[in-house]
Design a protein around this ligand. Structure first.
Ligand code: GDP
Ligand code: MG
Length: 441
């Protein structure tokens, strides 16, 4: 994709701005690249519309090549479409046993993935896990799970021949409860194609066992079919997440983007091999890199990203020099801090900014807190962000509900912002000339 885009922009060099025509031309290449990566057509269309809009909203940055800038926009857009950079952990909040229901077509990797998950939960979370096979159809399916269980030292429900899936579910729930297991993984039967009997059985098992997680396991190599499967399962089961298997053989990642976009469900893990430890936490950044086409593009994006940060930092310094610092500026700071993982950047550009740095450090800003603060600011209206003084109790309650935080946290953020805004004002009075000189640099 990189080559394609550079090609497009080689033809249009000399012009400073990203025009609609330039963007449309670049997006045509992005479209081809996505289709080559096996992304479903409707998903490609949505993505192009989304990324084009983004690109039109961006200021053109002279120090960055337009092609790099578009790649960066596309890359970030892909990460967002894939669910963002933060992995979504399994939810195990339930009165034990927390039930995880594994659904999917036959051969998608449900049984293998059940064992992989069990191993992960046992090893890294020190959970007491039991697995039970509800696959009454495929010969030796239950023994397959039992063997895997022995291999990883995880309990399996003793096999009783002749029971229905629903009967096994009831027995498993009871056994897990009585024996004090934290987690019960139910490995369901699958058919080779979607059929009503299988769906009805899975739905009944879900109704009885009330899983905290209902996972659709799908083969990432099946491409377009995977999307159809995901849609069908999503209609019948209260799915909470996806695990895509055979990522080790999927060099393109298109199915991942499609399944995520079609279901809106988080991809929680990727199966990356036949071995029981081959389960990886889903990493949107890596998959986006894969879809765009490997290695060097990632370095390129990083470079463009640094340059963009630099330009943004300069803009910010100009505002600061005038003594202005509203909540939008704070949000920009938070985003940048998150990217850089520290308190460098803009603050470092200002003489006498050590005090502000110390204040932010004192406020104990960590990544989680930054994410919550970003959520708070993005739950505000534009006017509120410009003039936080208008925030009365009822507005704060609305924002707290929107951001999923307590009102106290909003107050804390506002206090912190006030301190920073005051510091900025003081700085601009004291060394206005200096600051302007710095900003001009
Ligand atoms: P089920 O019918 O859905 O229970 O599927 P299984 O768990 O029995 O898996 C079917 C086959 O796929 C087995 O041979 C597994 O070893 C293989 N498999 C499962 N997950 C992966 C994976 O992530 N990568 C690779 N390469 N093979 C896998
Ligand atoms: Mg199986």
């Amino acid at each position: 994709l990189n080559e394609r885009l550079t090609g497009v922009f080689d033809r249009i060099t000399g012009r400073g701005a990203l025009s609609e025509k330039d963007i449309a031309e670049a997006m045509r290449e992005v479209r081809v690249a996505l289709l080559e990566a096996d992304v479903a057509l409707p998903v490609v269309k949505d993505f192009i519309a989304f990324a084009s809009e983004r690109a039109q909203g961006e200021d053109v940055i002279r120090s960055v090549k337009p092609a790099d800038q578009v790649i960066k926009i596309v890359h970030d857009g892909l990460i967002e479409m894939l669910g963002g950079e933060e992995p979504v952990p399994l939810n195990l909040n339930a009165t034990p046993p927390a039930v995880i229901l594994m659904s999917g077509l036959q051969g998608s990797g449900k049984t293998t993935t059940s064992a992989k998950l069990a191993l992960k939960l046992t090893k890294t979370e020190r959970k007491k896990v039991m697995m039970a096979s509800l696959d009454t159809r495929r010969p030796a399916a239950m023994e397959q799970l039992e063997t895997l269980g022995k291999q990883i030292d995880v309990a399996t429900l003793p096999i009783v021949k002749g029971e229905s899936a629903v009967q096994i579910t009831r027995r498993a729930l009871q056994a897990a409860k009585l024996q004090g297991f934290d987690v019960l993984i139910l490995d369901t039967a699958g058919r080779t194609t979607l059929d009503e009997a299988m769906m009805a059985e899975a739905a009944e098992v879900a109704a009885i066992s009330r899983p905290v997680e209902t996972i659709l396991v799908a083969d990432s190599l099946t491409g377009q079919d995977a999307v159809r499967t995901a849609r069908a399962f999503h209609e019948r089961l209260p799915l909470t997440g996806l695990i895509l298997t055979r990522a080790d053989g999927d060099g393109r990642g298109g199915a991942m983007l499609s399944m995520r976009a079609v279901t809106g469900l988080p991809i929680k893990y990727l199966g990356a091999g036949e071995k029981v430890d081959a389960l990886e936490v889903f990493d949107a950044r890596r998959v986006a890199g894969r879809i765009l086409g490997q290695g060097d593009i990632v370095a390129l994006v990083e470079k463009a990203s640094e340059e963009l940060d630099q330009v943004k930092a300069e803009k910010m310094a100009k505002k600061l020099a005038k003594g202005q610092f509203d909540l939008d500026d704070l949000a920009g700071q938070l985003a940048q801090m998150k990217r850089m993982g520290g308190l460098q950047g803009i603050m470092g550009m200002l003489p006498g900014a050590a005090k502000m740095k110390a204040q932010m450090a004192n406020a104990n800003i960590d990544d989680k807190m930054i994410s919550r603060q970003e959520a708070i600011i993005s739950s505000m209206t534009k006017a509120e962000r410009k003039k936080p003084d208008v925030l009365n109790a009822s507005r704060k309650r609305r924002i707290a509900a929107g951001a999923g935080v307590e009102v106290q946290e909003i107050n804390r953020l506002l206090k912190q912002h006030r301190q920073m805004a005051d510091a900025v004002k003081a700085l601009s009075k004291g060394g206005g000339k200096n600051l302007q000189k710095m900003a001009a640099m």
